[in-house]
Every structure is written in C-alpha cells, then in structure tokens.
Design a protein around this ligand. Structure first.
Ligand SMILES: N[C@@H](CCC(=O)N[C@@H](CS)C(=O)NCC(=O)O)C(=O)O
Length: 210
C-alpha cells in the first residue's frame, strides 16, 4: 500500500533523523528514499524540486501534494497535520518554535560540525575546534538549566521542541561530549528514548525503502 509520507534523506544526517523520529513517534509508516549525497543527487533538478536548498531532508506528503524542506519547518507541518507534539496551544507552539530556532542557532552548528570533524568529513583548525567546543558547551549548559526545571522543553508533554533538540543531543557523544556530565539532559534523553515509537540515530535505513 502506498504511504502518505516519503522522507528523502541520508542516514548520517541529523536533520533527516529529526524528521524520521517525528514520523515514527507519530506512528506514521513512511516511505524512505536514501539520497546519494556523494553522487550529488541532492543538487539534481529532481531533488531541487523537493528541496530548493539542495539539502536533505525533504518530505513529500501525498495527501497535500506538498514537498517540504528544513527539518524544523517539517516538524511544525507534521505536528499541525497529525495533531501531535505541537505544544499546548498557541503559547506552546510559539515556545516550541523558540527552542527550534535556538537549536540551529546555538546547539546544532557546533555539535554537528565537531561530529563531522571527528568522523573525518570536515577539517578545522585547532582554534576553530576550540571555539565550537566552547559554543556547544555553553548551549548544553543552557539546556541543562532549562531541563533542571521542567520534564519537557515546553510544558508537561513532549513536543516538537524536544524532538528537534534531541535530534542534536543524540549526536553530542560523537562530537566529544559526555552527556552523563549533564544530569538533567541525561534524564530527559531517557524520557525521550522511552516514548512509544522511538527510533535511534542508527535506525534509519542506509538504502532506499519504499
Ligand atoms: N537547516 C537544514 C539543514 C540541512 C542540512 O544541513 N543537511 C545536510 C546534511 S545533514 C546537507 O544536505 N548537506 C549537503 C549540502 O548542504 O550540500 C535542516 O534542518 O533541514
């Protein structure tokens, strides 16, 4: 049977993982297309029709006929369409958006880049590595303080803010951070991992599945 959603992405991509995690937590059985970044598939006209920025992920919705890009925008779209993880009311939705903007501004960039450097995909000079370490450490401190006061980032229920931020924190060990040093973050990651439908960072298919 054809599936409503098709996720195009790459198994090592954090933003792809965020969308896969959201779909899975929502109980949506989705089709998956593994994009061959090495071959430049993400810059091909066919892919650019799905994501004008030439990046993974892209999400196609057969129901609306839309192709969406930017993981945070996709999470908001799915929350609205599926009625799940959208935050409590307009206030919760706005708070979730604040966390998602903060994530890509302060947390995701240094953690994803340090991870890429350690995996040998990118090369930075030592001062740049030290700068990313300091930036990621400062962002993790902000997150630790917030999660010391509340179980979830936006109120009493998990939301797309948690899914979005978890989709970065899950890679922090690969970036050289010991999450055990952050007790509130550690406890929150365990709450995330206990949610029904949770999938881990290595659970997306490495090849295409329809
Ligand atoms: N802000 C974007 C970031 C997407 C992104 O950085 N994708 C990377 C893979 S993790 C990519 O496609 N890189 C290839 C390129 O930019 O050419 C999102 O959240 O979707």
């Amino acid at each position: 049977m054809s599936k409503r959603f098709t996720l195009s992405g790459f198994w090592l991509s954090g933003p792809t993982y965020k969308v896969g995690l959201m779909l899975s937590l929502c109980g949506e059985d989705f089709a998956y297309h593994s994009v061959n970044l090495r071959a430049g598939e993400h810059k091909s006209p066919a892919f650019l029709a799905k994501n004008r920025f030439g990046q993974v992920p892209a999400l196609e919705d057969a129901k609306s006929g839309m192709a969406l890009c930017q993981s945070a925008a996709i999470l908001e779209y799915l929350a609205a369409e599926l009625g799940k993880f959208g935050g409590e009311g307009a206030c919760g939705a706005a708070q979730a958006r604040e966390w998602m903007f903060w994530d890509f501004d302060r947390l995701a960039a240094p953690i994803y880049r340090l991870r890429a450097q350690r995996a040998g995909f990118r090369t930075f000079t030592q001062p740049i590595v030290e700068m990313y370490f300091a930036e990621a450490g400062a962002a993790l401190k902000v997150l630790e303080e917030a999660l010391g006061k509340t179980l979830w980032l936006c109120g009493s229920q998990p939301s797309i803010a948690d899914i979005d931020v978890y989709g970065v924190v899950a890679y922090a060990p690969q970036a050289g951070f010991d999450i055990a040093a952050y007790p509130a973050i550690s406890a929150w990651t365990k709450r995330m991992e206990a949610l029904p439908g949770f999938i881990g960072i290595n659970d997306l298919p490495k090849a295409t599945q329809a």
